[in-house]
Design a protein around this ligand. Structure first.
Ligand code: ATP
Ligand code: FE
Length: 369
């Protein structure tokens, strides 16, 4: 959540204009997110990003019907810059205002009507071979949210109505990818996931033995901290065999084997926990549709495996996963979440809107608070 993102979307799901200003370069230089720098960069870029999204859409701010802005969870000082700008514009131009929950925005990407996507998105849809499994989800459905900061299974009952079926006890799946990428000295700008995915293609997923997390616990929760340690210990063992000091100095094939083995077990853990949740909600609620959302949902191997998990069941499930570029953070997700809220008659007061570093669904606008 260190990018500046803006988009103009129509209520039928057509993305009219988008823009993005990345801060990766700044943070890379300092080896991580520096809150002070993130805030300054946000302030400098916010007007430019909004202007450029409007320009792409060939519109002016007066033409926009409503304004949505992410208010949490995330880095508070960055959220505040966006929130204040959104509030200012909504009040100045007298527009309805929606304070968007970032996780709800990830989930609602699974409801963006696919046939309405712009041309570049349609190309991606046909490019990754899973276009047939993308359709706009109707409530109720089960969602697997796998992102940089979250790893959750949720029952999605309606706009603003989510029940958590499982969560992580420690790290998220995206974090596990990022830490493994860092261990192997891979580029982590924008997240280490894509680098691990690419490297894993050259490796043997069975070559490094790693334990599947939480085998004893028969619930739907996740844990990735133990796997991270196992990967590090395995990498150190291989380093000793090869006579090198650090994992990033290992030959390509060793690194690829570590990446492939990590990815395999990380996804095995997802299959087991998610499979259990699917059984549960099918039995209790008759739900048989799954949305896979969040940055890690861009991973082709995960998409392939979960597609199989859904179709290989006694009663097959339907799966929907947004095109890869709509899985990671982008402006259209906040804009679309605002559309969805407005369509059910829900909005917020621009004047009073706060931001929330932590913003669990249970305390969000959802409960009427
Ligand atoms: P959150 O949404 O939880 O607040 P975030 O907004 O930082 O966190 P996202 O942008 O949704 O996270 O997702 C980024 C995460 O997705 C990173 O951890 C990144 O490594 C991971 N990711 C992106 N592409 C891939 C991929 N192809 N394979 C695996 N992981 C990926
Ligand atoms: Fe996100």
């Amino acid at each position: 959540m260190t990018n500046h993102l803006a988009a103009i979307i129509r209520s039928d799901g057509i993305i009219l204009g988008e823009s993005l200003a990345s801060q990766h370069a700044i943070h890379e230089e300092f080896g991580g997110v520096v809150p002070g720098l993130a805030k300054t960069a946000h302030e400098e870029n916010i007007d430019k990003v909004i202007q450029s999204a409007l320009q792409n859409a060939n519109m002016s701010i007066e033409d926009v019907d409503a304004i949505g802005v992410t208010v949490g969870p995330g880095l508070e000082i960055c959220l505040r810059v966006g929130c204040y700008k959104g509030r200012e514009l909504a009040m100045k131009y007298d527009k309805p205002f929606v304070g968007v929950h970032h996780l709800e925005a990830h989930i609602l990407m699974a409801r963006l009507p696919p046939e309405k996507h712009d041309e570049s998105i349609t190309k991606q849809l046909t490019g990754d071979g899973i276009q047939s499994s993308y359709r706009a989800m109707e409530f109720p459905f089960l969602a697997l949210l796998v992102s940089g900061g979250h790893c959750q299974i949720l029952k999605c009952l309606g706009i603003g109505k989510y029940t958590i079926v499982g969560g992580t006890l420690d790290d998220s799946l995206g974090e596990a990818f990022d830490k493994t990428a860092r261990l192997l000295g891979l580029p982590v700008g924008g997240g280490g996931g894509p680098a691990i995915e690419a490297l894993a293609k050259d490796g043997d997923p069975k070559s490094v033995t790693l334990p599947i997390p939480m085998q004893q616990r028969k619930d739907c929760d996740f844990s990735y901290a133990g796997l991270k340690t196992s990967v590090r210990l395995a990498a150190e063992r291989i380093c000793a065999e090869r006579g090198v000091e650090r994992p990033d100095e290992l030959p390509h094939q060793d690194k690829a084997n570590i990446a492939a083995s990590f990815q395999h077990i990380a996804f095995r853990h997802v299959e087991i926990r998610l499979g259990r949740a699917m059984e549960l909600v099918q039995r209790e609620d008759g739900i048989r549709t799954l949305a896979v959302v969040g940055g890690v949902a861009a991973n082709k191997e995960l998409r392939r495996r979960l597609n199989a998990l859904c179709s290989d069941r006694d009663t097959p499930w339907e799966m929907s996963v947004p095109p890869p570029r709509l899985c990671t953070d982008q402006g259209a997700m906040s804009a679309w979440a605002a559309v969805e809220r407005l369509m059910v008659g829900s909005s917020d007061s621009a004047e009073d809107q706060e931001v929330f570093a932590r913003y669990p669904f249970s305390v969000s606008y959802i409960d009427g608070s």
